[in-house]
Design a protein around this ligand. Sequence first.
Ligand code: PMP
Length: 759
Amino acid sequence: METHHLKQLQDILQNNFAMSSIGITPLVGYDSYNYKVKSNKGSFVLKQYPNSPEIITLVKSENQVLNRLSNLKNYDFPLAVVTQDGEDLVINEDFVYRLLSFVEGEFLGDVIHTPDLMQSFGVFLGSMDKILLTTYDTAIAARHFQWDLKHFNDNKIYLPYITNSKDRNLAAYFFMQFNEQVSPVQHLLRKGIIHNDANDWNVLTTNGKVAGIIDFGDMCNSWIINELAIGITYIMMGKEEPLESALPVIRGYHNIFPLEEKELDVLYYLVAARLCTSVCNSAYSKTMKPSSDYITVSEKGAWDLLHKWLSLNPIRAKDAFRKTTGFPYSKKPKFEYQLKRRKNYLSDALSLSYKNPIEMSQSAFQYMYDTSGNTFLDAYNNIMLAGHCHPIVVQAGQRTMAKLNTNTRYLYEELLVYSEKLLSKFPSRLNKVFFVNSGSAATDLAIRIAMKYTRKNKVMVLEHGYHGNTRIGIDISHYKYNNKGGGGKQDYIVQTPMPKAFGSIYKDDGTAGNHFASQMAVQLKRNNGEIAAFIAEPIMGCGGQVPLAKGYLQEVYPKIREQGGICISDEVQVGFGRLGEKFWGFEMHDVVPDMVILGKPMANGHPIGAVVTTTEIAQSFENGPEFFSSFGGNPVSCAIGHAVLKVIDEESLQQHAKKVGNHLKGLLNTLHQEYPEIIADIRGSGLFVGVEITDTNGNPNTQLAVDIKNRLREVFILIGTDGPYDNVLKIKPPLSFTLQDSEILVAEIHLILKDLIKF
Ligand code: PMP
């Protein structure tokens, strides 16, 4: 501290408070200057503020509220010490000074958080708020600042300062939830003056009980429940079981100052809002004052808790808050009743996953929340490429839906900008796009265009391929027409074996690819220039996550073209960066198709599909009846599709898929070494992985694969099974799936195998 400044402060204390033997040490503060004062009259805190009429009014109000709190005899508050002239402030030209009594004790942040202490913390907050409820102050009520959770949305402007895009979007998710879950009920929440910053460096304890609180600088007239939300937020940081650690605080509070159900029901989101306020302000302040340690003190704790909070089903939190305060749990319809309703209204042709089906309520990034309060780690739903309910994607849809929804018979920016962005992801010859509403509609259209362009009408397909649910879609999907109850192969379909290296006698070094391509060439000859199109997925999803054998497409594509057909790549499952190494599946095979079909992850769950092709092929479709799709290419879908592309770029999702996918495959390969006969093959690319399960004789082990899937479901992890024998574990999570998530998944598979496999 500068001696000149020190002298100034000493003079103030001497002249106004008649102090002598004064020792002054600065205290760290967020954005005010505080000093600890020791003198002949005892210990105090001197606060210095820049002089402004607003500060003077607010600080005077603060002093009055503190006076009122002094009636709370069991606790200690910093009380204003008046000057010799009876003033509670010392004001000079530049600054306002205020002397406060020193609150003794150990910080809550420095002591062990026993349940007793936590309960006493709740009792303290409840006692304080009960008194504050009988206080009103116009200056405090008029205060509008970003740390008041009722103005949480003011912090949105700081989101761009969060440099890690995944973290930024996590915070954006909770802003979105605040607007969905809290804003509609805000008028029902009780309001009153609250301390508004009961963090563990403001709360003091003695002998294992809370004894007082300091720093009323954030006091405001807000929703009363925010007091508790803030208090428990800091308690939960760094805890193994955050929710559990908060419950005694809530109980203690409720015993003194009864809470209302509607307050408890938004508490989960208010905790998230406080964490986001904290990380947003840290991010902003870091750019303003990069050297300040104080600002970043709680940042890591806040981020860690925010990530943990996301993995907590909001229903579980709500029920825990209700249970601890004696309110009834949230009601949910009986499972059997829901099943009965489903059976009443829907056909059994639609199947439910898992032996023990799941009733979902919400989802967020890599998590899905069921109606019973469980959180599922989603390692299966590839459609949610950017993550469930990704805020950038959701908001693109919400905003556009509120602005314009029409069709391609008009000009509008959303269609143009999205087409341009989408086509920029393709080799230059693929430069025309037709938008539809599903992968199936894309398949259907692709085959129609191919037939028109080539004036041929046979289609060559791979065995075990799947391309869609329309009439043509089923016709060209061996997976469906060849299945039990399927209608069998149509005459215009030529089916050729799936070029799968695993299980063949050929290696995947080009020999397997060459073998299957030669087989296909024989069939091609038999069909004598009649093939309009050859369609294949680069990695066959329904076929059991099978990457086409190396070199296969490179041999097959020219052969198809030679006889006058076109080559279609079905990128519905694998496109948009999931494969890690490449953005599109065809790039993995070093070929450029004539046509590509898109769907599933294209709009993160919003129904959209597309056919991308060359100018020449598109032109051939121009001299027939007009092509029109009521919904294909509408502005809302385009805005959502565009948002997905933005997120893929912004969050480097392709690189992420590569990193996490490699880690996952590494872990699975370790399991493969331990169970070489059971885990017969690990394949796929990025976060599109298949695990082939066999018995000790090398035969497909459907039962074991299905058991693993169902056992994983019981430990709240979602995967699927597929393939001709349904013996392949399908792992294709949202790309918010982390390295740690892949470790959790493989560890659980390991535990299940240990339990199920007894040699
Ligand atoms: N192609 C492939 C490879 C698919 O996996 C699917 C859907 N499973 C489709 C096409 C059809 O897409 P949609 O279900 O959106 O009609």
